[in-house]
Design a protein around this ligand. Structure first.
Ligand code: ADP
Ligand code: MG
Length: 238
């Protein structure tokens, strides 16, 4: 069964066509990486799936339901950004529970979900700290935790590791991979980093100019790029 379907989606900013009749079909539980150079439309596509941007044309389906005009909060998705977007005045625990309180969940259910997320992401000792007292890697764990507590079907990541140094990047890469294996939910992950794409993805969508140039497994992309752009961008000999 498909988890996310992007059907003939175009998006224009004024006269500029940023996504061009784009199609993507993500299977249930699949880890898809959107890979491409800066400005190719990766974030725009992710924001359309999340409902943070309205498409100009086309449709988005999540779990078989047409969500093209649904609010972000009703789409069953959780999003993790490059910039963490944590509430600075709240503790880690406050950041994790805020959305659940707003949604009116009972206290014990909130406590249970926060404890589980903290355990999975190994941030239990940080629960009473404020974001300013955390490292970049710890902040990003909390940001992932905020999606995790919401118990969503689909995780969307927009360059979540770009602000981290190389060592933390590789640590969190392993962490995200482990999270995917544990949760087995659908993940759509935006990056311009070839290593991240090759190590994380079940399939990679290589984008250029608002179009998916190739959608294939990492090995196929590397060994059998469909054109010079893909070959050059992925760094394969092809
Ligand atoms: P990526 O995430 O791949 O770096 P984006 O999706 O952010 O690319 O941007 C794709 C293109 O759309 C870029 O050329 C960018 O300048 C343009 N763009 C993005 N957001 C806006 C906006 N709000 N208004 C006008 N143009 C935009
Ligand atoms: Mg972007």
């Amino acid at each position: 069964m498909s988890s996310v379907i992007v059907r003939d989606v175009s998006l224009n900013f004024g006269a500029v066509e940023v996504l061009k009749s784009l199609n993507l079909d993500v299977a249930e539980g699949e880890f898809i990486v959107l890979l491409g150079p800066s400005g190719c439309g990766k974030s725009t596509l992710l924001n359309c799936i999340a409902g943070l941007l309205d498409v100009s044309e086309g449709q988005i389906f999540i779990k078989g339901k047409n969500v093209t005009w649904e609010e972000p909060k009703d789409r069953g998705i959780g999003m993790v950004f490059q910039s963490y977007a944590l509430y600075p005045q709240m503790t880690v625990e406050g950041n994790l529970s805020f959305g659940l309180k707003n949604a009116g969940l009972p206290k014990d259910e909130i406590a249970k979900r926060v404890a589980r997320a903290a355990e999975i992401l190994q941030i239990q000792p940080l629960l009473q700290r404020k974001p300013a007292a955390l490292s970049g890697g710890q902040r990003q764990r909390v940001a992932i935790g905020r999606a995790l507590v919401r118990d969503v079907d689909v995780f969307l990541f927009d360059e979540p590791l770009s602000n981290l140094d190389a060592k933390l990047r590789s640590e969190l890469r392993v962490e995200i991979k482990r999270l995917h294996q544990k949760l087995a939910n659908t993940m759509i992950y935006v990056t311009h980093d070839q290593i991240e794409a090759l190590t994380l993805a079940d399939r990679i969508a290589v984008m250029k100019g608002g179009v998916i140039q190739q959608l294939d497994g990492p090995q196929a992309i590397y060994n059998r790029p469909v054109n010079r752009f893909v070959a050059g961008f992925i760094g394969s000999p092809g």
